[in-house]
Design a protein around this ligand. Structure first.
Ligand code: IPM
Ligand code: MN
Length: 371
């Protein structure tokens, strides 16, 4: 299989984790005789530095012409505390989502038994947690009209949704539930917001097409509690752009490390894959970031290409590194392995160069020293 992949390494730790993801894609290509061609493009703070634009037109063109997009991270501290900044790195990502109509952001939340001790929740609450969040990504308050008066004593953000915008993601969420444990929870604030009432109405109208899926509703404030009180109750969560942003960060930490989680942003003809962690500027260039979110995003990309065996092998390789304690600093602050070492180990596993018996001594040489 031949695929063209646009690679946007982005800001902060983006380049170093994306490099591992590309290594893994190369190992998959070699092992299964595929051909993946990469075109590197700019977006975010690096794009502002080089071109003045957080999303140069050429990046959009390359992405539109690609079979998939691999993305690292976005954001730089120099913009975070400056409310007057006219141009921001994040605008690049928002504009890309809108231009490509990547309307469904899919964030799976799974836990690994050997990492339970890292979770802020007690093990008994997280054992077996396995759910997926479908967050609407191109509408709602993120993209509504933004206004402020001249004196800057007033501001407003408009939140609106159309029936079609709700329908298209709701269908994907129902279909995902059908393939899983057949439960869908719509999270909204229908006791207060008109947009949430529209979501409920549209989702209820669609529900009869998916009779095998049990549909439930939760208000977002209650949902925020339920995610920490009893995360096992969830299978597929469906929610709007802003609630999805907040709840997916909350959900991600119960797994023990934000660094582990992948995501896919899907449209009708394009798809982007990225780890859900941010640019983590403090760790930039230190080779200590967790590459697993980026590598697992590659697994989601392979699934999207319908390369199921390949995707499974990547996931097996990731599980093997975790079980073997070849983990990054966020997971083991003392005996940690470098980002690049973990990327190599995963690639070697995929290539079949590691067969159960690992020469730990060689790997130890590439291990970090205690800083
Ligand atoms: C995310 C991020 C983005 C968002 C930012 C970087 C604009 O937090 O992908 O969740 O808010 O959507
Ligand atoms: Mn977010």
């Amino acid at each position: 299989m031949k695929k063209n992949i646009a690679v946007i390494t982005g800001d902060g730790i983006g380049p170093e984790v994306t490099q591992q993801a590309v290594k893994v894609l190369d190992a998959v290509a070699e092992h299964f005789k595929h051909s993946f061609n990469y075109t590197y493009c700019l977006m975010g703070a690096v794009a502002i530095d080089e071109t003045g634009d957080p999303l140069p037109d050429i990046t959009v063109e390359v992405c539109l012409a690609s079979d998939a997009i691999l993305f690292g991270a976005i954001g730089h501290p120099k913009y975070d505390n400056d409310p007057t900044a006219k141009v921001r790195p994040e605008q690049g990502l928002l504009k890309l989502r809108k231009s490509l109509q990547l309307f469904a952001n899919i964030r799976p939340v799974t836990t690994y038994p050997s990492l339970h001790h890292l979770s802020p929740l007690k093990s008994k609450y997280i054992e077996g947690v396995d759910f997926v969040i479908f967050r609407e990504l191109t509408g709602g308050i993120y993209f509504g009209e933004k206004k402020t008066n001249e004196e800057q004593t007033w501001a407003s953000d408009d939140c609106s949704y159309t029936k079609e915008e709700v329908e298209r993601i709701a269908h994907l969420a129902f279909q995902s539930a059908q393939k899983r444990r057949k439960k869908l929870t719509l999270i909204d604030k229908a006791n207060v917001l008109e947009t949430s009432r529209l979501w409920r109405k549209v989702v209820k109208e669609i529900a009869p097409q998916y009779k095998d899926v049990k549909l439930e509703f939760l208000f977002v404030d209650n949902a925020a509690m339920q995610i920490v009180l009893n995360p096992k109750q969830f299978d597929v969560i469906l929610t709007d752009n802003l609630f999805g942003d907040i709840l997916s960060d909350e959900a991600s930490v119960i797994t023990g490390s934000l660094g582990l989680l992948p995501s896919a942003s899907i449209g009708n003809s394009n798809a982007l894959f990225e780890p859900i962690h941010g640019s983590y500027s403090k760790a930039t260039g230190k080779d200590i970031a967790n590459p697993l979110g980026a590598v697992l995003s590659v697994a989601m990309m392979l699934d999207y290409f319908n390369l199921k065996e390949e995707a499974q092998l990547v996931r097996d390789a990731v599980e093997w590194t975790i079980k073997s304690l070849f983990v990054s600093k966020d997971i083991d602050p003392v005996n940690f392995y470098f980002t690049s070492t973990i990327g190599e180990l995963i690639s070697e596993y995929i290539s079949g160069r590691i067969s159960g018996r690992v020469n730990k001594e060689n790997i130890e040489l590439r291990k970090s020293t205690i800083i």
